[in-house]
Design a protein around this ligand. Sequence first.
Ligand code: ZZB
Length: 883
Amino acid sequence: MADAAKAMESLSVSKTKELKGTEKRDSLIAIEKKYQKKWAEDGVFHTDAPTTDEVPLHSISPSELREKYPKFFGSSAYPYMNGTMHAGHALTVSKVEFSAGVARMSGKRALFPMGFHCTGMPIKACADKLVKEIEMFGKDFAGYDPDAEIVEESPKPAAKQAKEDPTKFKATKGKANAKTIKAKYQFQIMKSIGIPVEEIHKFAESSHWLQYFPPLTIRDLTDFGCRIDWRRTFVTTDANPYYDAFVRWQMNRLKELKKIKFGKRYTIYSIKDRQPCMDHDRSEGEAVNPQEYTALKLKVLEWSEKAAEQVKSQLPANANVFLVPATLRPETMYGQTCCFVGPKLTYGIFKVNETDYFLITERAARNMAYQGVFAQEGVIEKVMEIVGSDVVGTLVDAPLSLHKNGVRVLPMDTVLPTKGTGVVTSVPSDSPDDFATVTDLAKKADYYGIQKEWAELEIFPIIDTPSYGDLCAPFLVKQLKIASPKDTKQLEEAKELAYKEGFYQGILKVGNYKGEKVEIAKPKVRADMIAAGQAFAYSEPERKVVSRSGDDCIVSLMDQWYLDYGEESWKQTALDWVDNGLDTFSIDTKNALEGVLNWLNQWACARSFGLGTKLPWDPQFIVESLSDSTIYMSYYTVAHFLHSDLFGTKRGLFDIAADQMTDDVWDYIFCRRDLDDSILSESKISRANLESMRREFEYFYPVDMRVSGKDLLPNHLTFFLYVHLAMFPKEYWPRGIRVNGHLTLNGEKMSKSTGNFLTLQELVAKFGSDASRIAMADAGDGIGDCNLEEDVADNNVVRLYNLREWCEEMSRPEAALRDGAVNDFQDALFINDMNAMARESIEQYKQTNFKLALKSGLYELIAARDFYREACAAPCRCRPSLG
Ligand code: ZZB
């Protein structure tokens, strides 16, 4: 246990900077605390709409109301409750915080609420891991033996090691005997985030996470000085029955609006977890989607000698074996001249049904097993293994190929084991890679141990293109001076050009669709081959996806509920709104958002495992974590009326039970319908209370600024937009989305394992709230990386301290200020400077350029003051004030 403790200690060794002294900081913190306490007592950040008593509901239109009583509503993505916030989260929060501050100071009712996200897999998965670890090691984990976990004797330098595997960290047992331990247990992770060992076992219950982390997050955000209206906070999932009712309402309505549909869809899936693996459940591969290929069945006509020997003893005599390449270009199949395998790759021969077998990689078989390709769903029957080089020389029948007598299997070194089936059909007329490879094979046939003529089958022109003629690949290979398959960079470029030209400009020269454009003919050729049993659809993740449970994910074709994002008219509405209605604060964000809208499509919105709200019409499923958090900003507008604690166990300002919140009530509050007697009688909520809730929504909505890190652009922010547009009248559509980059700390990536890491609590404890906020503002505003410099925070402790001293000194009644002649010129200059800087700061604040606002509003202003004082001091003792 002692060694484990040491190992854990090394995790929390901080690489962050040491403070020079703490006296000044402590005196600033004392003042901050005094005022934070007063703010809380006075409820200064409790922001309300004008009441219906003050301004009756129908006496004024909502837009007139907002004009008469200006408001600001900003929010940042609610944090996930598997830990507390770190400095990176705080960067995002600070963008809303600063905007809310500016709005308040300019007389607006500024609403900044914050809830807590608990939906989905991670909390439940971690809790389940702890259950197992308690079984293994006991409640206090005393049975854990760290020596059994040592994986490496003499570690590589820490930085390199962390880069290769951030879950590994160093445990030093004296210099000579350094050892590496893998932090693989959940209890170790809990310890590393500061949970005392004796408390860890409580986290085996997922509800404990929901109890534990929200209060700490409230503490940290309050210490940071945030202007949050905490009356409106809540946790998600059915742990809060009011929020649960809100999510059920929205799911019901989305289904009625036909935005939620049911059907077989390709989904990224974890075999280990036995369910879809969505963005939030991945440790690698965010925003990776399924890629659909056409898998072609190339029947073996005659085995190579080496393969024949192996197959004879392991496959039935009547077996039909197919090599199965995956292609994105089914329309080129007329031009197949051979079939490639990676000579060094190991393939499996998998049983498909009583007579048929596929020769493919194991990876492809894992995907096919969940796509209805094999006889039994999820069952992989590998009959034998064979190495690629042994298959070389095999004769196969290539469907549609103009070479009717079959083509040969040949070696290709660049076949990737991680893509498709590891079998690649060769079309040298249209694929530069294939042309370069067959040319090379023919040149060095002996070296490759093949017959020259196998690589020299005639290359027929099959697609005509205006730019590259009807033998597109040979043309490009020549033009880009590609000498061998090893010219990978040029080949990549050639492939790109060939794809574009072939798809958009190509015209088919052969086959049933001769004369038709490739764009049109492609799906027809594919459909024909599938109908003829020569091909089938095959899908796999575009890139590697690893689940948080460590599983290499596949694509599964499964029945599921999905949000029909990407549907043409919905997408168009969203694109139009981005173009003409939404403020994105930067052209980069606008472009990125448009990019996502153009590719994002259907999203599985229900799952079978984890925390959340049950799907109302199919309660075996739970609403997935990115799907229950699209329009929850509307919930903030009324949360405090409904409940006064996070879990909705105590009623709020109105005495309403969760089951009174019917779908019709939500519709009324959110301006989707008018009030009628049926709502009043069914819900038993008074008219006055219903109207007050509606008032709060119509006043604070639309959302003026939604803020998040750029990683949520391809999912949350786009869903946020889509669902708002579907659910609410246009008047309430979002007005602003602001995206920030990731935060680096002192110029380096933040990472727990390297120690270059600060939680929000650590940051504020180290520098106090104000200096931390200044350093945050100084970190940057773009969509690229932002950098928090501890030196900036540290220097600002001194700056703020001195500023305060100076202010106090200047405002003392006995401070004799000026006793010389008035320096009109310097006074005028300073007034001018101050006005210009104020104007500049306000302008920068408006554009949410906080770094620039800070520059003019603090740094330059102090410099101007100093200049003024010095200039005045020269001829006489001048007064630093203007009076
Ligand atoms: C026939 C064909 C005809 C192809 C053509 C291309 C072209 P991509 O585009 O990179 O996403 N391929 C498939 N699996 C592998 C693998 N394991 N290793 C290496 N290459 C592989 O990949 C899709 C294409 O890459 C597939 O489509 C396949 O070659 C190859 F006229 O099949 B194709 C301009 C390309 N033309």
